[in-house]
Design a protein around this ligand. Structure first.
Ligand SMILES: [Zn+2]
Length: 124
């Protein structure tokens, strides 16, 4: 697990659901220390190149889900899950909220053997 300060910095992780698929992509998962600022940049085409291309294709997106004040490394874990649809309430309904949650260190249930690891993703 990465443990340097950059990866431990608290960020907002956000999942965009596209109004229609763009090639193979139908979601965008990103993170920002200042979400509102980043969201505005995405809208003006100054953020991620994928979103710039999505917008140029006339596709819009909605903020489907947000993780507030979680360490940046959680985004890498969510990417690794390759489960944007499963994480997306627009696609998967309320059960999406049972997936990919960040578990705070210290909040891990001691009876949970898997809780040895301080912070982890929920299993699917
Ligand atoms: Zn979705």
């Amino acid at each position: 697990m990465p443990d340097n300060e950059f990866w431990r910095r608290r960020v907002t992780i956000y999942l965009y659901h596209f109004s229609e698929p763009f090639g193979h992509a139908s979601h965008y998962l990103g993170s920002a220390e200042d979400y509102e600022q980043r969201a505005a940049k995405h809208l003006s085409g100054q953020g991620a190149s994928l979103l710039k291309a999505v917008r140029a294709a006339g596709i819009s997106w909605e903020l489907a889900r947000q993780w507030n004040s979680v360490p940046r490394f959680h985004e890498a874990r969510l990417h690794k899950m390759k489960a944007n649809k499963g994480l997306c309430p627009t696609c998967s309904g309320k059960k999406a909220y049972n997936r990919g949650n960040y578990i705070e260190e210290g909040n891990v249930n001691n009876s949970d053997k898997a809780g040895n690891e301080a912070d982890k993703c929920d299993d699917f």
